[in-house]
Design a protein around this ligand. Structure first.
Ligand SMILES: [Zn+2]
Length: 131
């Protein structure tokens, strides 16, 4: 489970957080109040990671899957918008980012974002390999 490894890595780096905070829109997976930051760990298929090799609409019942995934995406972007309007910084970590080098580089990449000042960002296999 990619999220678990990320959590362990962040904890080892000294970050403290809360999990699956229901009081915030979208129930972010990892919330760091000290950094006023929320992190979503998204599966590339279910959340429709565009341009990602792990996201492909199945050949059977494509309309069903397209509608379902579009609804997830709409919900995801509404959550990011609501949170940033409430002054939260939001990071989306795509599942494919955790497949690169077995996810070993992920905690430090997330830590780098937390210590930075970017309001919102996404980490994917593509952005991680560009660093
Ligand atoms: Zn992806």
């Amino acid at each position: 489970m990619p999220e678990l490894k990320l959590r362990k890595g962040l904890h080892a780096l000294g970050f403290r957080f809360r999990l699956h905070v229901r009081g915030l829109q979208g129930s972010p997976d990892i919330v760091l109040p000290k950094y006023r930051s929320a992190i979503f760990v998204h599966g590339c298929f279910w959340h429709g990671h565009e341009g990602c090799p792990y996201f492909r609409i199945p050949k059977t019942r494509p309309e069903f899957w397209t509608a379902k995934i579009m609804a997830n995406r709409a919900r995801d972007s509404a959550a990011v918008e609501a949170l940033t309007q409430q002054g939260w910084r939001v990071l989306v970590v795509w599942e494919c980012a955790s497949r690169l080098n077995n996810g070993d580089n992920l905690p430090s990449a997330v830590a780098g974002w937390l210590r930075g000042s970017q309001t919102s960002a996404e980490l994917s296999q593509e952005t991680l390999s560009a660093v």
